[in-house]
Write a protein that binds this ligand. Sequence first.
Ligand code: HEC
Length: 577
Amino acid sequence: MKRDTMLCAVIVLRQLSRYKLLNLMAIVLVMLVLDPGVFAADISSSPPAGLSREEALRLGEAMYREGVLPSGEYMQAVVEGDIPVEGPMFSCAHCHMRSGLGSVEGTIVTPPTNGAKLFKPFKSGQEFTEQQRKHLPSYLQPPDIRPAYTDAMLADVIRTGIDPGGRKLDPIMPLYLLEGRDLDILVYYLKNLSSSPSPGATDRTLRFATIVSEEVRKGDRDAMLLALSAYIKDRQSKAYYYKARTRRQLFAEEMDLSYRELTLATWELKGTPDTWRSQLEAYYRKEPVFALLGGIVKGSWSPIHEFCEKNRIPCIFPVTDQPVLSDNDWYTLYFSKGPYQEGEAVAKFLKDKGGPAVQIYRKTDEGMRLAQGYRDTAKKLGVPAADEVALNPDEEITDSFWSSVIEKYRDGSLILWLGIDDLTRIARTADADLPVAFFASSTVLGQSLNLLPEKMRQRTFITYPFRLPDDRKRIDHIVKPWLKVKKIPETNLAVSTEMYFLGTLLTDVFMHMQRNYYRDYFLDVIDMLQDESDTIANYPRLSFGPGQRYASKGCYIVQLSAGKKPRIIRKSDWVIH
Ligand code: HEC
């Protein structure tokens, strides 16, 4: 296919499609055509007077990412000529993305503002003949060539919206009321933003690591590690597919230049979790990696999460039900909030149902997360708080305890974050006279879900944070044969499925990254992926977006049918409002 035909096809696709992914593909191609010769140069200059490099970058980062001036005030700007605006919505990162590599939103193309691109001429349209230009829609008409920015020109364009070629920028780009040292700091920041490849990336290789700790069950460890390694190996063996086969191939040079060999190290953590952090630092010092992939440990993910925040290392889809819950942390992307999300789902489901409620849980990590999810969400929704009973992990529950609880909450809901033994006991105690509704968790019940006493089934609502069994068959029909081909024993299908999904995601992401191997761009590209609902994952839907770090946002509420082999009956949508 000729380049111009290809470009037009992409443009048509973009217009037809509301998918972010296609938008991304389009911008990658457009950027390639418009600006083929980009590779990060290390652009450094001296920081504004009186500031160290670190201090200047820290202050610049707050301006760029949050729209906050060194004084702590918001940066002021005007849009569309004279509308005053301020705050994080008008921070540079909001439009140009955290990496500065730009974005596409609908028909608006926000160009890169990182050092590597600003300080070179923008070779727009050079490659097109007049004839070819005619086929481009007006908003994609390549703007006039602008020369490389200098510091002074960059300061000018931020304040005036006039670029070094004399072109007036689209009024979507705000004009910032900045001057003096503040402006110098921002210019210094832009100059250094995504200006040289991140640690772990060379022009040949991209180094990753995955993490496993002692005491992880061997079957779980293998399910994670073997599946992830198989993906990396597979990609290596298909180098011919990612690299150019002939010089005459479309974008041959670009394909070769952007190809990286992937390597995957396994960082084994030993001893107690309080010693993990120093082990991680030691591994990292010895061999920095671009990002962490997958991983599985016994216990909380938090030591690894903290390590990644501090060193600014992306960590994509660890296998854990003990994630760190944070609204602001950036570097770790989890599949879900784990048990917390189940508590959240019950609070939403019960929102308008009324009646007294009690949560009974054991003081285990899982129990406390379930209860916390319910508690926080009820509060957020303005639902009256449930009473709570927190039991020690192996505390015996007496029949008289159950009788009194049942008596007290007969007209309400018993939220029981407990195992099958406790649930069986309550059924025995209460006999025929059961309360209105029970809630339980399918992840706490695990394999014993089917043993739920028959007489409780009609009144028991169960959180189910995964794809339902019927919907899952299709996924298993893909992952199981894949494992067979790769000679990986099926020791934990759910875990291997998570890694299979991670592999498919990475293939997409590398395609879009081109030669821009910056960690923030890696995360930006993931954030710009379209929501995945028809995908090979344990969840019916995964969604992405800037700063969204828990990809699965839903949970079903289900019930069990009668009989020895009960069916699962869906009682709610995946996302409960
Ligand atoms: C509301 C979205 C938005 C915000 C916020 C925003 N920009 Fe822009 N910016 C744009 C768009 C769109 C363009 C392209 C305009 C055009 O080419 O006509 C642009 C263009 C630019 C350019 C010119 C790039 C080139 O290659 O000539 C620079 C530099 C720039 N922005 C820097 C910044 C900085 C620095 C900030 C924060 C202080 C910022 N922008 C905030 C949307 C935004």
